[in-house]
Design a protein around this ligand. Structure first.
Ligand code: IPM
Ligand code: MG
Length: 364
């Protein structure tokens, strides 16, 4: 019987509602497959600002470092959205990514056949789409210094700095090529090399790394062109690597391929151990969705799929991960829908009802 320490950080908005379902999924998996998930709860983001004046306490980060995985909901909301505030909920998320050295963010984008009609795009364009985007997560314009607002001659100005070094690019490239090897042997690297120095370095390093993977085909696509190709011919992509900012933007776009952001899971991982597992943070990409918070209508599937990724990447429990993924696919296939993925007139389920259906399939 294996034991895993999980730090649960629900955060703000719909975070707590969906995280509760991830926690239940771990309990069901624990019972069925005889594992112990020792779960500790803490607060982060706006909730932490309200209670402690900071988006992430040092002791919370220390607890995260000492655990096997972090199950994360979402942070942010209008209450804390003050442009001049020095403390912001998102700082909690960024400090976790950076503090835990989770430099790769895996975001799988798969078009479920039964959900093709939930997308704004044509079903025949989406059919067969199966992409994994790997977003660099601990460098680039999110973390480069200086990053500040200042007054110069009485006028407001602000600066962000985009920075990359070769190691930061190389490790993402290696991960991308290795993953492509297990899939369709195709890697697409996104950059803006016609304008940015960081992108020219990115491209140069990716080309150097590619020499070790002659069996994987590599293409470079400029990020602006990529936003177009993603909705015109999404099926053509396999593994996509991108820097922090571009990865953030194209994965929101890619989520529309799945019909809703409520379907997109993510795993943030760092340098893994010999056996391929290691500390990771798992979160749905949909964010805190303050407009529907507290209503019990949020789609729990992205959270459940993120929990599956936790089992796979941090616990090395592939069968258990697949149990969740198959249960989610089956529930979708049977026609059950939360509001975000329902067609007009279709019956919609709440967060708990939807999760109950998935958990019943796993537990059975
Ligand atoms: C994401 C989010 C975050 C990001 C925000 C909440 C800071 O958009 O995980 O994609 O920009 O990385
Ligand atoms: Mg984002």
């Amino acid at each position: 019987m294996a034991t895993f320490d999980i730090l649960v950080l629900p955060g703000d908005g719909i975070g707590p509602e969906v995280v509760a379902e991830g926690v239940r999924a771990l309990e069901v998996i624990g019972q069925k497959y005889e594992h112990v998930f020792r779960m500790e709860h803490d607060i982060v983001g706006g909730a932490s600002i309200d209670a402690y004046g900071t988006a992430l306490r040092d002791e919370t980060l220390a607890k995260a470092k000492a655990s096997d995985a972090v199950l994360f909901g979402a942070v942010g909301g209008p209450k804390w959205d003050i442009p001049t505030a020095s403390v912001r909920p998102e700082q909690g998320l960024l400090a976790l990514r950076s503090g835990l050295q989770l430099w790769a963010n895996l975001r799988p984008v798969k078009a479920e056949p039964a959900l093709l009609h939930a997308s704004a795009l044509k079903p025949e364009v989406l059919e067969g789409t199966d992409i994994v985007v790997i977003r660099e997560l601990t460098s680039g314009i999110y973390f480069g210094k200086p990053q500040e607002r200042r007054l110069v001659d009485g006028k407001r100005e602000a600066v962000d700095t985009n920075y990359y070094n070769e190691e930061e690019v190389a490790r993402v490239a290696h991960l991308g090529f290795k993953l492509a090897r297990e899939r369709k042997h195709k890697l697409t690297s996104i950059d803006k090399a016609n304008v940015l120095a960081t992108s020219r370095l990115w491209r140069e390093i990716v080309v150097e790394v590619s020499k070790e993977y002659p069996d994987v085909s590599l293409e470079h696509v400029l990020v602006d062109a990529m936003t177009m190709h993603l909705i015109r011919r999404p099926r053509d992509f396999d593994v996509v690597i991108a820097d922090n900012m571009f990865g953030d933007i194209i994965t929101d776009e890619a989520s529309m391929i799945c019909g809703s952001m409520g379907m997109l899971a993510s795993a943030s991982i760092g340098t893994m151990k010999e056996d391929g597992t290691g500390l990771g943070m798992y979160e749905p990409i949909h964010g805190s969705a303050p407009d529907i918070a507290g209503k019990g209508i949020a789609n729990p599937l992205a959270m459940l799929l993120s929990t599956a990724m936790l089992l796979r990447h941090s616990c090395g429990l592939e069968t258990e991960a697949q149990a969740i993924e198959s249960a989610v696919a089956a529930v979708i296939e049977e026609g059950h829908r939360t509001a975000d993925i329902a067609s007009p007139g279709e019956k919609t389920l709440g967060t708990r009802e939807m999760a109950d259906l998935v958990l019943a399939k796993i537990g059975g």
